[in-house]
Ligand binder design. Structure first.
Ligand SMILES: [Mg+2]
Length: 224
């Protein structure tokens, strides 16, 4: 991982990393969304660190305890099988919707605090989840949001619910594959810029037909 890259994924749990089973409290009932482990492995090599950001109103409702939710998280990490620690931070919001929200999404509080605490770059951070509250937490925090069709809504159901600038993906794997592709394109473009800067004529050699700005503007046109 590129420590200090400022890149992070804020990940919802139920409906995004694992299938949503109402008020899940038994680690034996965890069902990973296919492709998630490989997606996280790839995202990590791209320099992203992860934050787990999950609303667990079952705690506030008295259906299960914080320890139950933590046990599910621990088992989920084991099942994912990536080198520990998987998450830079974990936030379990226990409030019920009618209670004043401290961290419960759509509150952006965890994201905002994490940006400051870990020197994250908001333009390089994503909130990924399966509900409007996930999408809105990311947008309110000023980071990017993406939504997946493995939870509350299918991809087609999302079409009428998503907000401008919030892409819809079949699942987390498709999101990371897209992120991977875009990063590769940017890297290719950046390499071209570096090459041209190194090889373009010196200012004293620039004639009427060639200028740095002209060359750069051509190069930058290939940016996605
Ligand atoms: Mg969810």
């Amino acid at each position: 991982m590129n420590v200090g890259s400022g890149k992070a994924l804020f990940l919802d749990r139920d409906g995004t990393l694992i299938f949503d089973k109402d008020y899940l409290a038994d680690p034996a009932e965890i069902d990973l969304v296919p492709g998630v482990a490989n997606a996280l492995r790839r995202a990590r090599t791209l320099g992203y660190q992860f934050f787990l950001f999950t609303n667990q109103s079952g705690i506030g409702r008295g259906y299960h305890t914080l320890a139950d939710a933590e046990a599910v998280n621990v088992r989920m990490e084991e099942m994912l099988g990536l080198p520990a620690p998987l998450f830079t931070g974990i936030c379990i919001a226990p409030e019920i919707p009618s209670q004043p929200s401290r961290y419960r999404k759509p509150s952006p509080r965890l994201i905002l605090e994490s940006i400051t605490r870990f020197s994250l770059d908001p333009q390089k951070c994503w909130m990924v989840g399966d509900r409007e509250s996930d999408m809105n937490a990311g947008l309110s925090a000023g980071i990017c949001s993406a939504v997946v069709g493995t939870g509350k809504y299918t991809v087609s159901e999302w079409r009428s619910r998503t907000k401008p600038g919030v892409p819809v993906f079949a699942d987390l794997a498709e999101f990371v594959a897209t992120l991977d592709w875009v990063c590769q394109q940017l890297a290719t473009c950046h390499s071209a810029v570096v090459y041209l800067i190194r090889h373009m004529p010196k200012p004293a050699e620039v004639n009427a037909q060639t200028s740095r700005s002209q060359i750069l503007s051509q190069v930058l046109k290939c940016r996605p």
